[in-house]
Design a protein around this ligand. Structure first.
Ligand code: GRF
Length: 187
C-alpha cells in the first residue's frame, strides 16, 4: 500500500498528533505523516515531530502571503492530505481551494452543535445530555464541512470542563484514525 503523504497542522498540545504518529507506524494505516506545520513556536506538539524526526515548519499567519511558505513545503513533501489537529486558526481559502476534499478537522463537540471555541463550558451551561467529537471535511465555513465520523458519550452530573475534555480527547484519538481509515478504505 502506498501511504498518502500527510501534513498535520497544530497549535498546542499535539496529543492528537501523537496518537496519529503512533497509528501511522502501522504498515496498514493509510497515511504517512510527512510534515507538521505549527502557527505557534511554543506548541508542545512540536516535541513529537522532533522525537519522531518528522520535518516541521513554523508559520506566522499574521504575515501577508504566509500561505506561500505553506504551499512551498506542501509541495516539497508531496503532501496530498491534510489533518487539522488542534489548529487554532482559520485555514485560509487559498489552502482549502487547493486541497478541496483533502483537509479534515477534529472538533470537540457533536457538530453541528457547538461550533467554534469553548465547547465544554457552553455544553455545561446548556445542560447538554451528550458530548463527543466530530471528524469532518473542511470547507470555507467554520466547523461546517461534511461529517466523516462522530463519537459520543453521556455527560455525568459531576462532569466539569476538565473531565469533559479528557473524555472527549480519549474518543478523539479513536475517531481521527477511524475517519482516516474510512476515507481511504476504497482508494
Ligand atoms: C482537540 O480537543 C481538538 O478537538 C480541538 O483542539 C484540541 C487539540 O488537542 N480542535 P491536541 O493539541 O491534539 O492535544
Amino acid at each position: 500500500m502506498v501511504k498518502k503523504n500527510t501534513c498535520i497542522f497544530i497549535s498546542g498540545q499535539g496529543s492528537n498528533l501523537k496518537s496519529l504518529i503512533a497509528r501511522s507506524r502501522d504498515s496498514s494505516f493509510p497515511i504517512k505523516i510527512s510534515l507538521v506545520i505549527s502557527n505557534n513556536k511554543e506548541a508542545f506538539g512540536l516535541n513529537y515531530a522532533k522525537k519522531f524526526k518528522i520535518p516541521y515548519i513554523l508559520i506566522n499567519t499574521k504575515l501577508k502571503n504566509y500561505e506561500n511558505k505553506v504551499f512551498y513545503y506542501l509541495k516539497k513533501y508531496k503532501i496530498s492530505f491534510i489533518c487539522l489537529a488542534g489548529y487554532m486558526k482559520i485555514i485560509s481559502n487559498s489552502i482549502i481551494n487547493n486541497y478541496q476534499g483533502k483537509i479534515i478537522n477534529i472538533h470537540p463537540s457533536l457538530l453541528p452543535k457547538f461550533k467554534g471555541l469553548n465547547t465544554f463550558s457552553r455544553m455545561l451551561k446548556n445542560k447538554e445530555k451528550n458530548a463527543g467529537c466530530t471528524v469532518h471535511y473542511v470547507n470555507n465555513k467554520l466547523d461546517s464541512g461534511n461529517m466523516i465520523i462522530q463519537k459520543r458519550f453521556s455527560i455525568n452530573r459531576n462532569d466539569d470542563e476538565k473531565i469533559l475534555k479528557k473524555k472527549t480527547q480519549k474518543l478523539e484519538y479513536l475517531a481521527f484514525s477511524e475517519a482516516i481509515v474510512k476515507i481511504f478504505r476504497n482508494n
